[in-house]
Design a protein around this ligand. Structure first.
Ligand SMILES: NC(=O)c1ccc[n+]([C@@H]2O[C@H](COP(=O)([O-])OP(=O)(O)OC[C@H]3O[C@@H](n4cnc5c(N)ncnc54)[C@H](O)[C@@H]3O)[C@@H](O)[C@H]2O)c1
Length: 341
C-alpha cells in the first residue's frame, strides 16, 4: 500500500485527495496547507488523514511514499525538489515549474534517485484527448494542418502566472500528447487590464516544421465560457467542445481537394468534400481517477508516466518562449531541440 501526502488543499487539491482516496493500492495519509481552515475541511471529510500547516512535516514523514504538489506555480519547484531529496515520488500540478531550468533540475534529481516524477497534465487522461490522439496517430485525420483552441471565461485572476501559464498550458499539454511534434517557433501577444497584474488576455501562435500551425486564445475576461478546440487534418477534422455533456468530440468528414483546372494549369480548382459527422464513444472515467491509478502503477512498476518530467519541461519551455515573445509584442521566438516523437 502506497501512502500519498498532498501539499495544498485550495481549489484543485481536494480533487486530487478525493481521487487518490478512491484509488486502490494507495491511501492518502497526510495533507498540508498553509491555511488552517482548509485543514479543518480535510479533517471533516477524512478524519484519519494527518494534517499540518507545514509542508516540511509531510515531506519528513517516513510513512509518506509519494507527494502531490497542488500549490501555486511559484512554489512547485521548491516543494517538489524537497520531496525528491527526501526520497519521495512526486506528482506536480501543471505547469511543472515556473522556469525550465527548474524543471531540468527536477528531472535530473528524480532520475538520479530512480523516483517517479509526473506532472498533472489532466487533459491527457480524458477520454476526449485519448480519442483525439488515437485519430491523429492512426491516420484517420490524414496530415494534421492545424490545432486551434479557444479557452476563455470570466476566470479567476491568478497573481503569480499570466493567462497562458494558467489556461493555454492545457492546450500545450494536449498538443504535446496528440501531435507528437514540437513547435519550432512561437509568437505571443497579450495584455493586462489590471495594473501590476499578469496578462489576462493572450494569443499564442506556434509554428511547426511543415504544414502544421497552432493557435491558442486564452482570456480570463470573457463574458462567456468557451472551451473549444479544432484539430484540422487533410482527411477529417475534429471539434472538441469540453462543455458538451456528451459528444464532446465530433469528427467531420470534411475537407478539400486541390486540382489544377483543365483549362488553365495555373488556376487551381478547389473541390469540397462534405461527408458524415460522427461522435465517437469516449471513456467516461474521471481523468484524475485514471491519472491517480497511473501514478500508482508507475511507482509500483518503476515505469515512466505518460506525462513525465520531460513532458512537463517541454510545456514549460513553450510557455517561457511565449512570455519572451509577449514581452516584445509578438516577436518570433525560435525553439531549439524541437523533434518529432
Ligand atoms: N490540472 C488542472 O486542471 C488544474 C486546475 C486548477 C488548478 N491547477 C493547478 O493546481 C495548483 C493550485 O491551484 P489552485 O487553483 O488549487 O490554487 P489555490 O490558491 O486555490 O490553492 C493553493 C493552496 O495551496 C496552499 N499553499 C500555498 N503554499 C503552500 C505551502 N508551501 N505549503 C502548503 N500549502 C500551501 C494555499 O494555502 C492554497 O490553499 C496550481 O499549480 C494550478 O495551476 C490545476
Amino acid at each position: 500500500m502506497i501512502t500519498i501526502g498532498v501539499i495544498g488543499y485550495g481549489y484543485w487539491g481536494p480533487n486530487l485527495v478525493r481521487n487518490f482516496a478512491e484509488t486502490s493500492g494507495v491511501r492518502v495519509g497526510f495533507v498540508t496547507d498553509l491555511r488552517a481552515e482548509r485543514l479543518k475541511a480535510v479533517s471533516a471529510r477524512y478524519p484519519s488523514v494527518k494534517t499540518s500547516t507545514s509542508a516540511a512535516d509531510l515531506i519528513a514523514d517516513p510513512a509518506v511514499d509519494a507527494v502531490v504538489v497542488a500549490t501555486p506555480v511559484s512554489t512547485h519547484f521548491e516543494l517538489a525538489m524537497a520531496a525528491l531529496r527526501a526520497g519521495k515520488h512526486v506528482l506536480v500540478e501543471k505547469p511543472l515549474t515556473a522556469r525550465s531550468v527548474d524543471a531540468e533540475q527536477l528531472i535530473e534529481e528524480a532520475q538520479r534517485r530512480r523516483l517517479v516524477l509526473m506532472v498533472d497534465h489532466t487533459f491527457v487522461y480524458t477520454g476526449a484527448v485519448m480519442k483525439m490522439r488515437e485519430l491523429a496517430r492512426d491516420g484517420t485525420l490524414g496530415d494534421i494542418y492545424y490545432y486551434d483552441s479557444v479557452r476563455i471565461n470570466l476566470g479567476l485572476f491568478q497573481h503569480d502566472v499570466d493567462v497562458l501559464w494558467d489556461l493555454a498550458v492545457h492546450d500545450l499539454s494536449i498538443m504535446d500528447d496528440v501531435l507528437g511534434q514540437e513547435p519550432v517557433a512561437v509568437s505571443a501577444t497579450g495584455l493586462s487590464h489590471v495594473k501590476g497584474e499578469p496578462e489576462n488576455i493572450a494569443y499564442m501562435t506556434m509554428f511547426f516544421e511543415g504544414q502544421l500551425i497552432a493557435h491558442v486564445h486564452a482570456n480570463w475576461l470573457a463574458p462567456v465560457k468557451v472551451r473549444r478546440t479544432l484539430l484540422g487534418g487533410s482527411k477529417r477534422m475534429i471539434v472538441f467542445d469540453d462543455l458538451e455533456a456528451s459528444e464532446k468530440i465530433k469528427v467531420y468528414d470534411k475537407g478539400i481537394s486541390v486540382n489544377p483546372s483543365a483549362e488553365n494549369v495555373y488556376q487551381m480548382m478547389v473541390g469540397y468534400r462534405t461527408g458524415d459527422m460522427w461522435a465517437p464513444q469516449l471513456a467516461v472515467r474521471e481523468a484524475l481517477a485514471t491519472e491517480a491509478a497511473h501514478f500508482v502503477e508507475c511507482i509500483t512498476a518503476s515505469t515512466a508516466p505518460r506525462t513525465d518530467g520531460q513532458a512537463g519541461l517541454r510545456v514549460v519551455r513553450l510557455l517561457e518562449a511565449a512570455s519572451a515573445s509577449m514581452a516584445e509584442r509578438g516577436k518570433l521566438v525560435q525553439l531549439s531541440g524541437a523533434a518529432t516523437r
